[in-house]
Write a protein that binds this ligand. Structure first.
Ligand SMILES: Cc1ncc(COP(=O)(O)O)c(C=O)c1O
Length: 403
């Protein structure tokens, strides 16, 4: 049998999904698993969006234009205009989720062997996209004690080489919950200008902000030709399976490159674009998202309160998105996550995402895990109590191993 490519063979498995077979096995044994490991919201997709899909005026589910249907592009333009960002129709395209927009961004700005700086811990799928684009991720290490804010400018500049093409970051951050301040965004803008780099901002959590203010990469006129926005409705419309995202830039060459990538994959999903159009036409669309964000604000408060009761857990209140990165009082967080799925007694358990997979630098994140607060408040309270019990038991296990 011929070998598969090294690119495919070495593409990293998602650390978030890797332990799912253990969770499936636990469920087969009859256990209830509280999934705090994956950013799949439990909130119903808004009715106007579903109505748009159900009522889609089609007899054939045809390809849509590859940059997206004109009305869908208009719906997104209207959305950004509401947030003070004016884009012309040829400055954005509809993508198959934010994921495809990240992949397009890497392919548009990088050649194979080029480097992209990414603050770590970062969204692990960036590894897979970088691998496919044959791009090297160079981590900018950030720390829990600093709320995962950026290090000083010199520390970032030290990582820049002649192959560096861009800085890619998620803001608000997954898994960190960081929301970059205006000063941090200005620093990134200055670095981009000085070192001739693109800034690729993944703003899929742009409305999930509880502390501070979100500053979009598109709000700096001085980097009109360097800023690329990645966006998605997956989270803010609780429509992860709709696969609707956005790639936006004011640089015509960048947009030309993105449109070529888009042509190669023909079309974003047709029915879901009708969902988007109907949603944006609903006069309550802003309120609906704001209500959803309020629900996450409540969850965040409850989660932080409950986590605060668990001895040894260290964390900073997340400023945005719906994740919190925890320092756990164990040596091996992945061992703990596995233990919770395989050996934790009782009828219920919790699944977290082990921290290591969010880092590029070997050894970092070993005692960390990410929680996605995508469950209702009662489930969060219960999950925290299981977490507390689990930690006590697992600490005894580690103690025994140490002898
Ligand atoms: C930071 C970040 N970017 C992109 C994505 C992918 O989003 P989409 O579902 O739009 O592909 C996610 C999903 O969790 C994410 O957390």
């Amino acid at each position: 049998m011929p070998n598969i490519s090294a690119r495919a063979a070495q593409a990293p498995a998602s650390p978030i999904r890797r332990l799912v077979p253990l969770a499936d096995e636990a469920k087969r044994r009859g256990k209830k698993v509280y999934h705090l490991n994956i950013g799949q919201p439990d909130i119903p997709t808004p009715e106007p969006f579903l109505r748009g899909i159900r009522g889609a005026p089609v007899e054939v589910i045809a390809y849509s234009p590859s940059p997206g249907m004109r009305e869908a592009v208009e719906a997104m333009r209207a959305y950004y205009a509401e947030w003070g960002i004016d884009l012309s129709p040829d400055e954005l395209i509809i993508t198959q989720g934010g994921s495809e927009a990240v992949l397009f961004a890497l392919n548009v700005v990088c050649d194979p062997g080029d480097e992209v700086l990414v603050p770590e811990p970062f969204y692990p799928n960036y590894n897979g996209f970088a691998r496919l684009a044959e791009v090297e991720i160079v981590p900018i290490t950030t720390h829990r004690r600093e709320g995962f804010h950026l290090p000083p400018r010199e520390e970032i500049e030290r990582l820049i080489t002649p192959r560096t093409r861009a800085i890619l970051f998620s803001n608000p951050g997954n898994p960190t919950g960081v929301v970059y301040t205006e000063a941090e965004m200005e620093m990134l803008v200055e670095i981009a200008l000085e070192h001739d780099l693109f800034l690729v901002a993944d703003e899929v959590y742009r409305e999930f902000v509880y502390q501070g203010r979100h500053v979009s990469v598109l709000s700096f006129p001085e980097i009109r030709d360097r800023a690329i926005l990645v966006d998605s409705i997956s989270k803010r419309l609780s429509a992860c399976g709709a696969r609707i995202g956005v790639f936006a830039s004011r640089n015509p060459q960048v947009m030309d490159g993105a449109r070529r990538c888009a042509m190669a994959r023909l079309s974003p999903p047709t029915l879901e674009q009708y969902g988007l159009i109907a949603f944006m036409a609903d006069p309550r669309h802003r309120e609906i998202v704001a209500e959803m964000v309020d629900e996450y604000r409540r969850r965040r408060a409850v989660l932080c309160r409950e986590l605060g009761k668990i001895p040894g857990i260290v964390f900073r209140e997340p400023e945005g998105a719906f994740y919190v990165m925890l320092g756990l009082p164990v040596e091996d967080a992945e061992g703990f996550v596995k233990f919770m799925l395989t050996d934790f007694p009782g009828e219920e358990t919790v699944m977290l995402a082990p921290g290591q997979g969010f880092y590029r630098t070997p050894g970092l994140g070993r005692d960390e895990a990410r929680i996605a607060y995508v469950l209702n408040v009662d489930d969060l309270v219960r999950a925290c109590s299981l977490l507390r019990e689990g930690l006590e038991l697992y600490q005894e296990v580690e103690e025994r191993v140490r002898g």
